[in-house]
Design a protein. Structure first.
Lengths: 322, 433
C-alpha cells in the first residue's frame, strides 16, 4: 500500500513537469500512438473477425435451439448446457480426452526423454535418426490417419497380416473396431505421431545445458546415470513443462486423428469433445447443442490451462523473475 | 513471462476450439450463386459434376435459354458433399440458389418451416400430376415443395458367381431363407455380407427395413406425426435385427468399415468379390465401378434382390424403402425458375437423364430409356412396389435421424438393446419438437 502511494507520489510531479516543455513531446506521443494503432489494427481486426466474433456467435448459439438456417429465434436459455452435461456420450468424451491427456504425457515423456538423451550423444547416423523420429510429426494428420486406418484394417490390413504370419490373431473387429481396444489404439497412433515433437523440444533443451556442469560432474566422478538424474533432467525441467502444456492442450482439442481413424466409434468408445460437437453441429444440425459443447470445451481447456500455469509453469516464471 | 504467454496461448487455442461451432453463422453469402434480383437470370446448383452428366445438364440449361429468350441459367456443378455444405451456408446467409436439390422428409419440412422454399402445388400442378406416386416425401401439409426427378430403392446387391459357388440357386424371400443363404456362403468359405457401419446409415438401413416390414405404414405415419414410438412393432424390428446380427454375416471390422470409400469399404469388398452381398441403394453399381480398376464393378455378376419379408409382419408385402432427389425452388426466385424446374421433369429432359443412367427417372415416359440392365431391373421393382417408404433418417430430419442412426450403430456393436434404440428415437424426437 504505502509502496504504491510513495511511487505515485513520486511520479506525479515528474509527469506534470513533463507535460509542459514543448509541443514536440506531445506530437511524439501521438505519433507513437498512431504507430501502435497502425501496426496493431490489422492483427486486431483479424482476431476480432475470426476469433472473437465466432466465439461470441458460438456462445449466442448455445442459448438457442437452431438448425443452421433461418433466423435464430428459439431461445432456450441454458437447456442446451443441461442436455450436453447430462449426455453420457459427452461425459464419456470428457473422460476420453482426459485419458488421452494423461496417457500422452505418461507415454511420451519417458519415451521422448530416452530418445532425446540417446540422440544427444555423438554417434553415426545421428542426423538421419533425428529425421526419422521427426517425420511423423511433420506428416499431415489426415494422411497419417488414413495410412494407419489402412494398416489397422482387420483381415486385409498389414498389421493383421503380420500378426497372422507369426501365428497370432488380432481381435475379430480389428483394433479400431473393438470398443475395448479402440481408444488405446488411437493413443498408440497419437504417440507415434507426436513423439517427434517431444524429442525435438527435449533435444533443443539439452543444448542449453552448460558443458561445464558435465565437466564438473565428471571431475567429481559421477556416473552417466547420476549425471542424467542430477543435471540433465532437472535442467530440462522448463522444456518438459512447456511441452507438457502443449501436449495437454493438443489432447483436449483432439479431433482429426480420431475422426479419420474411428469417427468417434465404435459404440462411442473414442468420442472426444471435439468430435462430439462436430457430430452434433454439422451432422445432426443441433447447432445449439454444439455451441454449448464448444463453450464447455473452452471452459475446461481454460481451467486446465490456468491450473497448469499456477501449479506447474509458475516455477519457471518465478525462476526467471529472479 | 513465459507463464503469461502460456496462458495466452492456452486461451487462444481454447477460443479457437470454441470458434469451431461458430463457423458459418456469419451473414456473408457466396457471390458465385444465390438468388439474383434480376428476374431474367436464374441460378441452378446440381451435383452431376463429372463427364456425361455435367455435359448433359449444361446442354439442358442452354436449351432452356434458347426457348426462353432473355433468360440466363447460371449452372454450378459441384461434388455432392460440397453442394450440401454450400447449400447449408447459402441457407444460413439467406442467399439460396433459385433451383437446387432437396432430399425430402424432415429436412425439407425444416426448410419449409424456415420459409426457404416456394410452394409449387399451383404453378407446377401439371408436372406434379405426372410424378404423383413419388410426391409424398416432398409435401408438407398437403402442399408440394419439390419435384422428385430420381427415386431409387434399397435392396441386396449380390455377386451371382459367389452365390453359385456356394450352391445357392434362388434368392431369399424370407428372413429364414436369408439366414440359410448366410450359412451356405459361410460353409463355402465366403463372407456373406459387408456393411459400412462406420458411416452408420448403411447399418441403419437394416433397422429401417425391419421397421417397414414389422410396422404398417399407418403405424409408422402415426408414430412420426404424434411423436409416439410406443407401438411394439418398433421393438420387434430391433429384435429381428438382433436375430440377424446373431448369425454374424458381416465382414470383419464392419463397425469401422466406411460405406463407399476405398477398396476395404463395404462397396469395395463387394466389388472385389471379398463378400457376397451388401444392402445398398440404386447408386451401388456406379460406386462399384468407381472402386474397380477396370471400371466395371461386378459387371455380369451383379444381381439384386429385395429385402426379405418377415413372418407375421404387419407391413405391406413388397413395400420398398428408398429415397430420391428433387428439384426445389427457393422462395423468392423468379417465376421462370419454376418453369425451369418443370422443364427438368419434362419427358425430353428425363429421357435424356435416363439414357445416360444418371438415376432412376420419375417421369413414366423415361422408364424404358434406362439402358443399364441392373437399373432397369430396379426400376421395375420400384414401379411395382405397393409403397415406397422414404429412408427413415431423411424422413425424421437430421437431428432425430442422427440420434437414431447412432443408436442403431450401438446395437450393431452389441451395446444397445432394441428398446434402447426406440428410446433414443423417442427422446430425440421429443427434444426436436
Amino acid at each position: 500500500m504505502t509502496d504504491t502511494a510513495v511511487r505515485s507520489a513520486d511520479r506525479a510531479p515528474a509527469r506534470s513537469a513533463d507535460r509542459r516543455p514543448e509541443r514536440r513531446g506531445r506530437a511524439a506521443t501521438w505519433r507513437k500512438r498512431a504507430e501502435i494503432a497502425l501496426f496493431v489494427t490489422p492483427a486486431l481486426a483479424l482476431l476480432v473477425a475470426f476469433v472473437v466474433v465466432p466465439v461470441a456467435t458460438a456462445v449466442q448459439m448455445s442459448l438457442y435451439k437452431w438448425k443452421g438456417f433461418g433466423p435464430m429465434v428459439d431461445f432456450v436459455g441454458l437447456r442446451n448446457y443441461v442436455s450436453v452435461l447430462t449426455n453420457e456420450v459427452f461425459t464419456d468424451a470428457v473422460v476420453h480426452n482426459l485419458i488421452i491427456v494423461v496417457g500422452s504425457i505418461v507415454l511420451q515423456l519417458p519415451l521422448g526423454l530416452a530418445i532425446a538423451l540417446l540422440l544427444n550423444r555423438k554417434m553415426w547416423g545421428q542426423g538421419l535418426l533425428r529425421t526419422i523420429i521427426f517425420v511423423p510429426y511433420v506428416l499431415a494428420e489426415v494422411i497419417a490417419g488414413v495410412v494407419w486406418f489402412q494398416l489397422l484394417q482387420p483381415q486385409y490390413g498389414v498389421i493383421d497380416t503380420m500378426l497372422a504370419a507369426v501365428g497370432l490373431h488380432g481381435p475379430d473387429q480389428g483394433f479400431l473396431g473393438t470398443p475395448e481396444y479402440a481408444l488405446w489404439t488411437v493413443l498408440v497412433v497419437l504417440t507415434w505421431k507426436y513423439l517427434g515433437l517431444a524429442v525435438i523440444l527435449f533435444l533443443a533443451g539439452l543444448q542449453g545445458v552448460p558443458d561445464e556442469l558435465y565437466e564438473a560432474a565428471q571431475l567429481d566422478g559421477a556416473s552417466w546415470w547420476q549425471v542424467q538424474r542430477r543435471i540433465t533432467i532437472p535442467l530440462l525441467g522448463p522444456t518438459m513443462r512447456t511441452w507438457g502444456f502443449l501436449s495437454m492442450i493438443g489432447s483436449l482439442q483432439l479431433f482429426d486423428m480420431v475422426w479419420i481413424l474411428t469417427g468417434g466409434g465404435p459404440a462411442n468408445a473414442t468420442t472426444t469433445m471435439a468430435t462430439f460437437l462436430v457430430n452434433e453441429g454439422t451432422k445432426r444440425q443441433n447447432f445449439g447443442i454444439a455451441g454449448a459443447a464448444s463453450v464447455v470445451l473452452f471452459v475446461i481447456a481454460l481451467v486446465l490451462a490456468l491450473a497448469y500455469q499456477k501449479f506447474i509453469l509458475s516455477r519457471d516464471s518465478k525462476e526467471e523473475g529472479r | 513471462m513465459r507463464g503469461a504467454t502460456a496462458v495466452a496461448l492456452g486461451t487462444t487455442v481454447a477460443l479457437l476450439g470454441a470458434a469451431c461451432a461458430g463457423q458459418g453463422t456469419g451473414s456473408q453469402g457466396d457471390d458465385d450463386g444465390g438468388s439474383s434480383a434480376d428476374a431474367s437470370t436464374i441460378t441452378w446448383w446440381h451435383n452431376s459434376n463429372t463427364g456425361d452428366g455435367k455435359e448433359y445438364y449444361d446442354k439442358v440449361a442452354a436449351d432452356f435459354e434458347k426457348d426462353h429468350p432473355g433468360t440466363t441459367v447460371e449452372v454450378s456443378a459441384m461434388a455432392h458433399e460440397d453442394m450440401l455444405t454450400k447449400l447449408d451456408a447459402a441457407f444460413q446467409a439467406g442467399d439460396a440458389p433459385d433451383v437446387f436439390m432437396e432430399r425430402g422428409g424432415g429436412e425439407l419440412a425444416d426448410h419449409v418451416e424456415a420459409g426457404l422454399l416456394k410452394d409449387l402445388s399451383e404453378p407446377a400442378a401439371d408436372t406434379i400430376s405426372t410424378i404423383e406416386p413419388y410426391m409424398s416425401g416432398f409435401q408438407v401439409d398437403g402442399a408440394s415443395y419439390a419435384l422428385p426427378f430420381s427415386m431409387g430403392v434399397v435392396g441386396f446387391w449380390y455377386n451371382k458367381s459367389l452365390f453359385e459357388k456356394a450352391g445357392i440357386t434362388e434368392t431369399p424371400t424370407t428372413m429364414d431363407e436369408l439366414y440359410d443363404v448366410f450359412d451356405k456362403l459361410k460353409a463355402a468359405g465366403i463372407t456373406p455380407a459387408s456393411v459400412g457401419a462406420g458411416d452408420k446409415w448403411p447399418a441403419a438401413h437394416y433397422w429401417y427395413y425391419n421397421v417397414i416390414r414389422q410396422c404398417s405404414a399407418d403405424t409408422l405415419d402415426t408414430a412420426v406425426t404424434s411423436v409416439d414410438y410406443s407401438d411394439p412393432c418398433f421393438v420387434k424390428a430391433g429384435e429381428t435385427l438382433d436375430e440377424l446380427l446373431a448369425t454374424e454375416p458381416f465382414n470383419k471390422g464392419f463397425l469401422t468399415t466406411p460405406a463407399q470409400t476405398g477398396a476395404t469399404s463395404a462397396s469395395g469388398l463387394l466389388a472385389s468379390g471379398k463378400v457376397a452381398m451388401e444392402l445398398a441403394g440404386h447408386w451401388e453399381p456406379g460406386v462399384m465401378q468407381g472402386l474397380t480398376e477396370d471400371g466395371s464393378g461386378l459387371g455380369e455378376d451383379t444381381g439384386w434382390f429385395s429385402y426379405p419379408s418377415i413372418d407375421g409382419q404387419q407391413g405391406t408385402e413388397g413395400a420398398q424403402m428408398g429415397g430420391g432427389d428433387a428439384w426445389a425452388v427457393s422462395k423468392d426466385a423468379p417465376d421462370v425458375a419454376v418453369e425451369f424446374a418443370q422443364y427438368l421433369l419434362s419427358d425430353e429432359v428425363q429421357q435424356g437423364f435416363a439414357e445416360l443412367d444418371m438415376g432412376l427417372p420419375t417421369n413414366p415416359t423415361a422408364s424404358e430409356k434406362v439402358s443399364d440392365p441392373a437399373l432397369a431391373e430396379l426400376l421395375e421393382v420400384r414401379d411395382g412396389a405397393p409403397e415406397i417408404q422414404l429412408y427413415l433418417d431423411t424422413l425424421l430430419g437430421a437431428s432425430v435421424g442422427g440420434a437414431m442412426n447412432d443408436a442403431i450403430a450401438l446395437q450393431f456393436a452389441g451395446k444397445a438393446t432394441p428398446q434402447d434404440v426406440v428410446d433414443a428415437v423417442q427422446s430425440a424426437a421429443e427434444a426436436d419438437q
